[in-house]
Structures are given as structure tokens and as C-alpha cells.
Design a protein around this ligand. Structure first.
Ligand code: ADP
Length: 218
């Protein structure tokens, strides 16, 4: 894989996190999820967490300066030297421009963007049924991919949690924010010529297989 930065684009529930994890493990590069970093800050009640909490609970985007600051700090860590995956960032045109500037300043080329596309009905089910292991972050779904024992992670016995923002009202607002603010990025990156459309309606392992095949040749 030649690109230094991989970006996962897609609506909430499209499977960005699931696929980014697979790709990160396969290529041995870090997955940077702004959502995970923000949720961790909320849990620890840091200054950042307190600033982001209300926006996240309302399903709105956290301000650009805040998330750009998080990403800038994270990508300057040594494990990002070989490359990195951005999962859930950028989500606005201003954030996309920030990524371009950041890569240019590091002497790196354009990012490779993977746009995971999923039908709206399926998105809703995925979000409503989503559960995440509190220990290892493995993602399950009560409809499509339930754990062997309800509420418990198959891998390490960790407790599975349902995200606070995975409720119907907040999901609708997150989808709205996606349509208004994030979808325009598809055209932005199409213009840069480094956009791959990924059919996200298939089984996660099937999508991962296609992606890894593609990336090992990219
Ligand atoms: P999803 O893609 O499933 O909605 P994430 O875990 O990526 O979930 O993000 C959860 C929430 O964190 C978002 O609804 C938003 O409030 C905030 N957030 C995450 N990434 C960004 C970003 N790049 N810009 C602004 N807000 C963000």
C-alpha cells in the first residue's frame, strides 16, 4: 500500500470502525478513531470530554478546532511514522483541508479514501443493535452478529456496552449531520482522484476481504 494515510468515509453505522480495525491489524498501522478518542475523554471527564459531551449526546459534530487538535497530536506519535488510518475523520470540508495541509507539511502525498456505502434501513438496524466490548473494543450486533453469550464478549469475556448515542433520536440527528456536513466530502475526494467506493451492504468479513485484496495492490 503506497498511501501514507487511509481515510474511512461513510455514514454512522456504515462499518468504518469494523473495517478500519481489520485493515489496521493487517498492515500493522494505527487506527485513529476520533469517536473513540472523544468517548474516552467523556468517560474520563477531561476538559476535552466535558467540551464534547453535549454535542455527542445530541448527535451533532464536535467543533472542527477540537477534533483537528486531537488528530494533529495523535499523528505526531511515533507509531504513525509508517502511516495511519483515520476512522471518522475528516467529517467536514474544513477537516479535509486540514488533513491535506497536514500531509503536505509531512511531505506525504494525498490520502487514499475508502467510502463505505450502505442503505439507510440497514444503517438504522446496525446502529440500534450495535454493542461494543468494554475491554477490547470488538463490535457485535444483536441482529446480525450476536455474541455467543448475551452481553459478554466472545474473545475476552468483557462486558458489552450499547453506546449512549445509539438511540433513535440521536441516530436521526447523526444521519442528518452526515448528509449535511460529511457527504460533500465524497465529491471533494472524487476531485482528487483517490476515492474507492466500497459496497458496505455485504457481510463484514466479505467486505474486509475485498478491501485487503485491493489495498495490497494499491
Ligand atoms: P458514528 O460514525 O457511528 O456516528 P463515531 O464514533 O465516529 O460514530 O462518532 C461519535 C460522535 O463523536 C459523533 O456523532 C460526533 O459528535 C463526534 N465526532 C467524531 N468524529 C468527529 C469529527 N471528525 N468531527 C466532529 N465530530 C466528531
Amino acid at each position: 500500500m503506497r498511501a501514507h494515510a487511509l481515510i474511512f468515509l461513510g455514514a454512522p453505522g456504515a462499518g468504518k470502525g469494523t473495517q478500519a480495525r481489520e485493515v489496521a491489524t493487517h498492515f500493522g498501522i494505527p487506527q485513529i478513531s476520533t469517536g473513540d478518542i472523544l468517548r474516552d475523554a467523556v468517560k474520563r471527564e477531561t476538559k476535552l470530554g466535558l467540551a464534547a459531551k453535549a454535542k455527542m449526546e445530541a448527535g451533532e459534530l464536535v467543533p472542527d478546532e477540537v477534533v483537528c487538535g486531537i488528530v494533529e497530536e495523535r499523528v505526531s506519535e511515533p507509531d504513525c511514522r509508517k502511516g495511519f488510518i483515520l476512522d471518522g475523520f475528516p467529517r467536514t470540508i474544513a477537516q479535509a483541508k486540514f488533513v491535506d495541509q497536514m500531509l503536505a507539511a509531512k511531505g506525504r502525498g494525498k490520502p487514499l479514501v475508502l467510502d463505505i456505502d450502505v442503505g439507510e434501513d440497514l444503517l438504522l438496524k446496525r446502529l440500534m443493535g450495535r454493542q461494543t466490548c468494554s475491554v477490547c473494543g470488538e463490535i457485535y450486533n444483536t441482529y446480525f452478529n450476536p455474541p455467543k453469550v448475551e452481553g459478554i464478549c466472545d474473545k475476552d469475556g468483557g462486558k458489552l456496552l450499547h453506546r449512549a448515542d445509539d438511540n433513535e433520536a440521536t441516530i436521526r440527528q447523526r444521519l442528518e449531520a452526515y448528509h449535511q456536513q460529511t457527504q460533500p466530502l465524497i465529491e471533494y475526494y472524487r476531485g482528487q482522484g483517490a476515492l474507492l467506493a466500497v459496497d458496505g451492504n455485504k457481510e463484514p468479513h466479505e467486505i474486509a476481504k475485498g478491501l485487503l485484496d485491493y489495498l495490497s495492490r494499491a
